[in-house]
Ligand binder design. Structure first.
Ligand code: GFB
Length: 320
């Protein structure tokens, strides 16, 4: 199957798994903006994706035509390190159930989403798709990474054996509305946004930031990722997974300064070096996606401001 051989019909029944999360909710917004009218959505309490029998009967009854698999157990460096069993077990269950049932029940095409942590800790930078399985993983997130690698391989195996159109997209570190702002278990960007906001509200003098500040991270706004997902569903039908990055990386120190500025906190930063740094750098090589014709649009500065506005309206005001 070649790239560009596919066009999504606006009335096609599309199951977006994980539609309440950061990624799934952005994909739903994007599909609705683009005029897709037949989305199938299930909350966690309506459909437990870790249950093989529930997922089987959902597919048998609903018979979606396309699937975007954005449901996953996700979290930042601390959560990954603290709940390794959940990160490998829940993710393997969800993706195995959804991919297998989607194939069995005649889904035309499935998009599986992973993460940049699938790559070796010391992969060449920027990281090309071909770096997969070329070296040891970063220990703080190897459980999650192994699950995601299994998902990519499952899509590839079903394509090889059954000529089934399952593709994989590997986003870099994401942020945006509907993110998890938990103080310990979230990713760095929402964690810092909340900490700076609360420090400002409480007139605190300082904010604690984890690690050394030197790791580099690439950040992509989730609305850009959602746009890339629809693009891939529409345009790409290849064997290899596709990196989805912004090409823009900052040190954690630079990120902390940027978030501090957006929030308007005037105090100082204190570095807690007892906390892990994780991978030193993970900049995606997204040239394959660029060569297919997709590039991101939202700058980190704009994305941060939008996310803070959303946080103020949807998290802070709702608590009051
Ligand atoms: O975002 P984060 O948790 O994920 O951490 P990873 C990125 C960097 O920010 C690390 C530092 O160097 C952290 O030490 N950091 C500083 C903080 N302050 C904080 C804080 O308050 N909270 C957090 N969370 N970090 C995750 C993986 O790795 O990235 C997942 O564990 C997934 O599996 C995800 O792949 C995209 O980029 O290190």
């Amino acid at each position: 199957m070649k790239s560009g051989s596919f066009m999504l019909e606006k009335s096609a029944k599309i199951f977006v798994a994980g539609h309440r999360g950061l990624v799934g909710s952005a994909i739903v917004r994007k599909l609705q903006d683009q005029g897709f009218t037949n989305l199938v959505l299930r909350t966690h309490s309506e459909l437990d994706l870790t249950s093989q029998s529930d997922v089987e009967s959902f597919f048998a009854t609903e018979k979606p035509v396309y699937v975007i698999l954005a449901a996953a157990k996700v979290g930042g460096i601390h959560a990954n390190n603290t709940y390794p069993a959940d990160f490998i077990g829940v993710n393997l269950q969800i993706q195995t159930n959804v991919i297998h049932s989607a194939y069995t029940h005649g889904v035309k095409k499935l998009l599986f989403l992973g993460s940049s942590c699938i790559y070796p800790k010391f992969a060449p930078q920027p990281i090309p798709e071909s770096a997969l399985l070329t070296g040891p993983l970063e220990p703080t997130n190897e459980w999650y990474a192994i699950a995601k690698i299994a998902g990519i391989k499952m899509c590839q195996a079903y394509r090889l054996q059954h000529q089934w159109d399952a593709i994989s997209g590997m986003p870099t570190n994401l942020y945006g509305q509907n993110d998890n702002f938990h103080p310990e278990n979230s990713h760095v960007l929402p964690a810092l946004m909340r900490r700076f906001h609360e420090a400002k509200a409480n007139n605190a003098d300082e904010v604690v930031v984890w690690g050394s500040g030197s790791p580099l991270r690439e950040f992509l706004h989730v609305d850009d990722l959602a746009d890339a997902c629809v693009f891939l569903m529409d345009q790409y039908s290849g064997f290899e997974h596709v990196n989805v990055g912004s090409g823009v990386e900052v040190t954690i120190k630079e990120l902390a300064e940027l978030v501090k500025e957006v929030v308007g906190f005037k105090g100082k930063l204190v570095w807690d070096t007892t906390k892990p740094d994780g991978t030193p750098r993970k900049l995606m090589d997204s040239s394959k996606l660029a060569s297919l014709g997709w590039t991101p649009k939202i700058s980190l500065k704009d994305g941060l401001s939008q996310t803070y506005e959303w946080y103020l309206e949807n998290v802070v005001q709702k608590k009051q």
